[in-house]
Design a protein around this ligand. Structure first.
Ligand SMILES: C[S@@+](CC[C@H](N)C(=O)[O-])C[C@H]1O[C@@H](n2cnc3c(N)ncnc32)[C@H](O)[C@@H]1O
Length: 315
């Protein structure tokens, strides 16, 4: 897996063994600047701007959602929502004392940080395309800029006790490849766990009309993601894909995630309230890149469509 890391050096061949170091002025002044070429390290820190949002520079264009502070805040909030949904759990695998943990597509790194705290004897490695993780983290947590779609994860086979992915819908051409690779890099007796949001909208009491704006937005998003070759609907296929990869005793847990506070149940109502705020904060972030790149819609057009979704309604 080609990787880069936060330091003044630049190497396209370093991998998970090389931690990202804190930002410093020397990073952007790569020796390569003078001959007009850009180092891999530079590309990591150059965030292309599009429609007022920034996107990852490393492997630019492969991930269709922003990486700016607004989106980072939303990811942190989404992390709280999922913790609330999972009754404060970060994982469901029966872990005892894992030594090597990998979080693929760590985002702002909250999961990795909490795992580092919970398992002080473990090494937690966490990868992403964007360097948007905090600098101050537990000593046993390391962030790497890395493309999980690359074949070589730069660690020995059977290295990890636990491989984790969360909310990676729309990220990969074929998530099966990630699972297959994770199988190769997981120790016999180790675990992999994926926590996915199923993007399809469901309605428990049949009151969702066909012209419900959120439904329309959701279908557009699904189509754009399919056309971009980055499918969103992976959650319902994970169990089968895990089994096909060779994992055994595969458990699937399904949680309801209401999109607004309509449920009577107090826990679900609170969850829906949080998720409604998450959707409303994320509509533009989630749709801008895909709708613009795939359908060619302008920012204004996309904002008008997103406004129509503003009232998420009951479903
Ligand atoms: C929706 S965010 C989820 C982040 C985190 N897992 C969470 O639950 O908050 C998806 C993350 O995956 C990262 N990502 C997308 N494609 C990737 C790839 N090929 N390799 C590594 N990370 C990737 C993105 O940069 C983004 O931070």
């Amino acid at each position: 897996m080609a990787s880069t890391w936060r330091s003044s050096q630049s190497s396209p061949t370093t991998g998970l063994d090389t931690p990202i170091e804190p930002d410093s002025p020397s990073i952007t002044n790569s020796p390569n600047d003078c001959d007009g070429t850009k180092s891999l390290t530079d590309s990591v820190y150059e965030f292309p701007k599009e429609n007022g949002r920034t996107y990852h520079g490393f492997r630019a264009g492969t991930y269709n959602f922003p990486n700016d502070p607004n989106e980072a805040d939303r990811l942190d909030f989404q992390y709280e929502i999922l913790k609330f949904c999972f009754q404060d759990k970060n994982y469901f695998a029966p872990l005892t004392s894992p030594r090597n943990i990998l979080d693929i597509g760590t985002g702002t790194g909250q999961w990795a940080i909490e795992m580092g705290d919970e398992f002080p004897n473990a090494e937690v490695q966490a990868t992403d395309l964007s360097p948007i993780q905090p600098d101050t983290v537990p000593e046993n947590v390391q962030f790497f800029i890395d493309d999980a779609a690359e074949e070589d994860w730069a660690v020995p086979a059977a290295h990890f006790d636990f491989v984790h992915t969360r909310v990676m819908l729309g990220c990969f051409e074929d998530f099966r490849e990630i699972i297959n690779r994770a199988y190769y890099y997981t120790k016999p007796g180790g675990y992999m766990e994926s926590q996915e949001i199923m993007s399809t909208l469901y309605c428990d009491d049949g009151t969702m009309s066909k012209d419900y704006p959120f439904l329309k937005w959701n279908k557009d998003l699904d189509e754009a993601a399919m056309r971009a070759g980055r499918p969103m609907r992976i959650g319902n296929k994970l169990k089968r894909w895990y089994e096909q990869a060779g994992f055994v005793d595969v458990q699937e847990k399904v949680f309801k995630l209401p999109v607004n506070p309509w449920p009577r149940d107090k826990h679900l109502k609170q969850l829906g309230k949080m998720q409604e705020a998450n959707w409303l904060a994320g509509l533009a972030a989630i749709s801008l890149g895909l709708f613009h790149r795939v359908f060619g819609w302008t920012k204004t057009e996309i904002e008008v469509r997103s406004c129509a979704v503003g009232n998420v309604g009951k479903c």
